[in-house]
Design a protein around this ligand. Structure first.
Ligand SMILES: O=c1ccn([C@@H]2O[C@H](COP(=O)(O)OP(=O)(O)O)[C@@H](O)[C@H]2O)c(=O)[nH]1
Ligand SMILES: O=C(/C=C/c1ccccc1)O[C@@H]1O[C@H](CO)[C@@H](O)[C@H](O)[C@H]1O
Length: 497
């Protein structure tokens, strides 16, 4: 056997991620933490990612990210297919073609696939566990949203608690370890008016077949979500190993390289601009990589930013498939009328922005990666959630973590610029702002402790590596090592705040 293959198969873990940046980057950072403990790691994802990475860098094909080998398989669709608009078709085709294409990739790259220590997957590609079973490899899942979402979906899709129905759409949901949740606080995929049928189907199969996963790891930390983490211990435990964010946000060695991919080229000029702004003065605004706001909402945000007369940095990512209704586009007057007040970029180096001393707060769609990055930067948030986990993430920000406020929608679903202006003033000045900043700084310190040597997340990574490399637990064919997880959790619980 060639030396490279030998190395690839010895002490090797294969990560498999869905094609979005927000799923791949936490996976790569998990890979980095495994590599730091002597594990060889590769990451497989779909061809569309390679295509976007090439477009963003303009360079040759990337085959490694800081020592982690990248492998690609087809999702069954052409590269120019509009996956976002046709979400259900996309998830369906991916579910049909993904398993055989991933299986072929494993056969092609690994002479003895069963020597792999384990496959690690994420929630949007749950069928990876069937591919793992085909090769008799244990499978783990990295849950890439808050543990609260794991608990909600587990209970919803196993019918353990009551959730809104078409006849009772407004019911308030009560779950252990979480505050009471109204419909605007629940993930959109559990609501009766959710338009994407593929996700409830996917989550039903996933949460009714959890025994396929020997381990469930979470991109969170125990001290952040301890009540809800404890609440699922008896159901199917989740071990928090995060936050999986760049090392620079965690107070770790500045020399440590991040493991991440960039699907869009970031505009670095904004850092220079930030450096010219007073400390804690800038409002950072971004709605992540997927959300495209309707023109009316863009107008309300634009008006509010102009009226508050504070410096701002707004990421306006041009829609991949533009529409004639002006969605995702700035009002025509905005750039001219605010040219001395703020900056607009197509894509920012977000983690550098959030940790810049000039940044005061973040108006966000509440994607979980953005939230963790903000928590690790110790600044308050203004939540404007759109879909999937985001409404629940907003609820956590306001009522559990207490590090931000939420932009309330009008009865017709729109937002008014006055409400946004009020939110901005609330997080910038006065006693509420002061308390939010204090809470944010305290959480930042907890996050750093969790990932430092012997912190709760570091300990959970250590346990995971111990278990995947231990011969007796590696290949015993039994489902979930529930007791081990539970013991591990108890161990961590003792350290809880
Ligand atoms: O201008 C931007 C906007 C976002 N991001 C990164 O893109 C990810 C967005 O993930 P998230 O889960 O917050 O939202 P999604 O884009 O998946 O909806 C985060 O890591 C951000 O740091 C970035 O680098 N530049
Ligand atoms: O990254 C995604 C991907 C969504 C997607 C894109 C195209 C087709 C189907 C689905 O979603 C974000 O993931 C984050 C982590 O799970 C989450 O916190 C954000 O809210 C999502 O926007």
């Amino acid at each position: 056997m060639a030396q490279a293959e030998e190395k690839r198969e010895e002490n090797h873990v294969l990560l498999v991620a869905f094609s979005s940046q927000g799923h791949i980057n936490p996976m790569l950072r998990l890979g980095k933490r495994l590599a730091a403990r002597g594990i060889h790691v590769s990451l497989a994802t779909t061809e569309i990612v390679r295509h976007r990475m090439l477009k963003s860098s303009g360079a040759g094909p990337a085959d490694h990210v800081t020592g982690i080998e990248l492998l690609f398989f087809s999702d069954g669709l052409s590269l120019d297919y509009d996956r976002k608009t046709n979400l259900d078709v996309y998830m369906d085709i991916l579910g049909k073609h993904g398993p055989s294409n991933l299986s072929a990739l494993i056969k092609e790259h690994y002479t003895s696939p069963k020597k792999l220590l384990c496959l690690v997957t994420n929630p949007f590609v749950p069928w990876v566990s069937d591919v793992a079973a085909e090769y008799n490899i244990p499978c783990a899942m990295l849950w890439i949203q808050p543990c609260a979402l794991y608990a909600i979906y587990y209970r919803c899709f196993n019918k353990l608690s009551a959730f809104p129905t078409p006849t009772d759409p407004d019911m308030v949901v009560e779950l252990p370890g979480l505050p009471s949740m109204e419909k605007e606080d629940l993930p959109s995929f559990v609501l009766p008016n959710n338009p994407f049928g593929s996700f409830p189907k996917l989550f039903s199969e996933l949460f009714q077949g959890m025994e396929k996963f020997k381990w469930v790891l979470g991109n969170s930390f125990y001290e952040l979500e301890k009540h809800v983490i404890d609440s699922v211990c008896e159901l199917y435990p989740i071990r928090p190993i995060g936050p999986l964010v760049p090392p620079t946000l965690l107070g770790q060695d500045q020399e440590l390289e991040d493991a991440s991919v960039d699907m869009w080229k970031s505009d670095e000029t904004c850092i220079e601009w930030l450096t010219q702004q007073p400390p804690s003065s800038v409002i950072y605004v971004s709605f992540g990589s997927i959300v495209v706001l309707p023109a009316k909402q863009m107008e309300a945000i634009a008006t509010a930013l102009k009226n508050v007369k504070r410096p701002f940095l707004w990421v306006v990512k041009p829609p991949e498939f533009p529409t004639p209704d002006g969605a995702g586009q700035l009002p025509s007057w905005f750039l001219e009328e605010t040219k001395d007040q703020g900056q607009v970029v197509r894509w920012s180096p977000q983690t550098r922005v959030l940790s810049h001393p000039a940044v005061a707060c973040f108006i966000t769609h509440c994607g979980w990666n953005s939230m963790l990055e903000t928590i690790c930067s110790g600044i308050p948030l203004i939540a404007y959630p759109q879909w999937t986990d985001q409404p629940t993430n907003a609820k956590l920000i306001v009522d559990v973590f207490k590090i931000g406020v939420r932009i309330k929608k009008e009865a017709d679903g729109n937002i008014s610029s006055e409400v946004i202006e009020k939110c901005i003033e609330e997080v910038m000045v006065g006693p509420v702002a002061e308390q939010l900043r204090k809470n944010a700084m305290a959480l930042k310190a907890e996050a750093q402790k969790a990932v430092a040597a012997d912190g709760s997340s570091d300990e959970n990574i250590r346990l995971f590596v111990e278990e995947i490399t231990c011969d007796s637990c590696k290949k015993d064919g039994s489902p979930n090592v529930g007791n081990l997880s539970h013991e591990g959790q108890d161990k961590v619980s003792d350290k809880g705040v």
